[in-house]
Design a protein around this ligand. Sequence first.
Ligand code: KIV
Length: 260
Amino acid sequence: MKHSDLSRYKQKGEKITCLTAYDASMASLIDSAGVDTILIGDSLGMVIQGAENTRSVSMEDMIYHTSIVSGACKQSLVIADMPFNSYEDTQSALSNAKALIDHGAEMIKIEGGIEHTEVIKALISNNINVCGHLGLQPQLVIDSSDYKVQGRDKSSAKLIIDNAMLLESLGVSVLVLECVPSDLAKVISEQIKIPTIGIGAGRDCDGQVLVSYDMLGITSGRQPRFVRNFLNSQDSISAAVKSYIKEVKTGTFPSDSESY
Ligand code: KIV
């Protein structure tokens, strides 16, 4: 997938698939299976580094993983997370985003809305493609009690809608919606022209993303309801990834019971 395909997919109603990858072997497998976009997520803090949250992930970590993942991808669009504290001001955001682009990312993702208006304007005016991330923002999570569905009441839902519309007006290319009620994600997906990629946001998003370690059952402990183990019904990792692609494309993942 190319960056320009994102809005084309939304227009023609084709769901966008995304999985995270952190290393060359997994990236190559996911890319060959045909996933549209690969995210080098700062979830690597938890799944690779064993941390409790994403906040200890550094720019050096992101550059390292971006470089090895992007080197292994032939067709998927590569998106890299800007880690916690790497986009607090325009100058540092620009130099950190450029570092990720120089190491193979085609787009960077940042969490939050209006508070990053100037940073997002600067990135986009410097031709850096930006993916937004609203709803549950993992970089604000300190411990597991902070993992809560967002936008359940009228005022917090309005804030997410307003931020989604703002991000679109600033020129953001695509928007991740994490842990929000399906109804809210549906309203946002209908209201903005850029594609939404949901994780715990219901089937009406324009695409879906999961942490690859979660959908392969590698992550230990109780999983959130939006995680499905695709390896349970398949006999190889490649088959599990292809099954994920098929279920997202046909709109059968996530089901109602995997949504809020
Ligand atoms: O870091 C990550 O893996 C993410 C996804 C959960 C969207 O941001």
